[in-house]
Design a protein around this ligand. Structure first.
Ligand SMILES: Cc1ncc(COP(=O)(O)O)c(C=O)c1O
Length: 373
């Protein structure tokens, strides 16, 4: 019988009884699904994954590499780094690959915060950097979002000033709001970074942005600014379970982060990534178009039902349920649909990832019945 990753993780998380948990189990519990067992056929719309999964070429690359997985293959990684870097017109010493972007975000917190250098993060946003900084005992400053649900760059710069350096974490488009920090704001922030401050821009969802207001911060990396851009193969590439992501930055910043990551990523994953990158022009546009279409269809349906939502530039949508969303979030899994965890202070919002058409039909059916109950 195939092991269900999620069923296993939940059972184990429950048995740990809220004590110190391994990361995988903490994430499973955080999925806001208070069941010990996932019902068969559960629709997973809680973690912004891609229901299409890895592209077939990546699966072939991984399978081909398995018999050779008895060795680390250290000597092949220079070429691997060069391939990842050239996918963004960068040189091999301007990228750092990790087990998911989580690992490089972690490395950035390790490298660029210190007892006297806080982490400044927008809030709410992806919590990974905040959790690492907290565990390290670093000072963390949380800067609320603007009225348009994106980074308040002026407040973030203000919060960084007066320290002897800082790390600013900016997620663009932002998880969970899906909002884009306008490119003019990003440019202003880069131009106004206090001394010894590094800007970490998490672009996990950049492929789904659909507005001229969005611009990648890679431009600033190419200009040699103190900017680190994090990218992942977990979202549009559909390879979350393979664990690969990368940071792009000046070689000195990459060198500073490098000691804080694991010594080598999975060779099987590296081969999957290489195959996916070589073929990406064939599958990425179609994947993007499918997510944007399904996102638009969901928004049209919400409008029809008289519900508001935040305009999203990612593969998820935040729906305003006009009351505490938690009872809905916890009721839906029992009806076969897992949605995003609560994101205070956005307490009246429910975040749903974009799945297949069948997933979204089930979401609409279950959401509407729970909403009306
Ligand atoms: C904004 C953001 N950054 C990073 C991650 C981490 O993803 P991974 O480690 O799979 O690349 C996530 C996961 O959902 C995310 O939403």
């Amino acid at each position: 019988m195939p092991i269900s990753r999620r069923k296993f993780a939940w059972g184990a998380a429950a048995s740990l009884g809220g004590g110190r948990m391994l990361n995988e189990m903490a994430y499973a519990q955080r999925a806001a699904v208070p069941l010990r067992e996932a019902p068969d056929g559960m629709v997973w719309l809680n973690a912004n994954e891609n229901p299409e999964g890895p592209p077939p070429v990546a699966i072939e690359g991984a399978v081909r590499s398995l018999p050779a997985a008895g060795r680390y293959h250290y000597q092949e990684f220079r070429e691997f780094y060069a391939a990842v870097a050239s996918s963004e017109d960068l040189a091999g010493d301007q990228v750092l690959v990790g087990a998911g972007s989580s690992e490089v975000l972690h490395a950035a917190v390790d490298a660029f915060t210190a007892p006297e250098k806080p982490l400044i993060t927008m809030t709410p946003t992806f919590e990974g950097p905040l959790e690492v900084a907290t565990a390290l005992g670093r000072k963390v400053v949380r800067v609320p979002l603007t009225a348009s649900h994106s980074a308040d760059v002026r407040k973030m710069a203000e919060a960084a000033a007066g320290h002897s350096g800082a790390l600013l974490y900016l997620c663009n488009p932002n998880n969970p709001t899906g909002a884009v920090t306008p490119k003019a704001d990003l440019a202003w922030l880069v131009a106004n970074l206090p001394p010894r401050t590094v800007l970490l821009v998490d672009e996990a969802y950049h492929d789904f942005a659909d507005t001229p207001a969005f611009a990648s911060a890679l431009e600033f990396v190419r200009q040699g600014r103190p900017v680190v851009v994090a990218r992942t193969f977990s979202k549009i590439y559909g390879m979350a379970g393979l664990r690969a992501g990368f940071a792009c930055a000046r070689p000195d910043l990459i060198a500073a982060m490098s000691p804080f990551r694991n010594n080598v990523i999975s060779y099987v994953t590296a081969q999957a990534v290489l195959a996916a990158l070589a073929d990406r022009s064939r599958f990425l546009p179609g994947r993007r178009a499918r997510v944007l279409r399904a996102r638009a269809e969901l928004c049209a349906w919400l409008k029809e039902k008289g519900l508001n939502y935040l305009e999203s530039h990612a593969n998820f949508v935040m729906i305003d349920v006009r009351r505490d969303a938690r009872p809905l979030i916890f009721a839906m899994p029992r009806r076969g649909v897992a949605v995003g965890r609560p994101f205070p202070p956005y307490t009246n919002y429910l975040r749903v990832s974009i799945g297949t058409d069948a997933d979204m039909a089930k979401f609409r059916e279950v959401f509407w019945s729970v909403y009306q109950a």
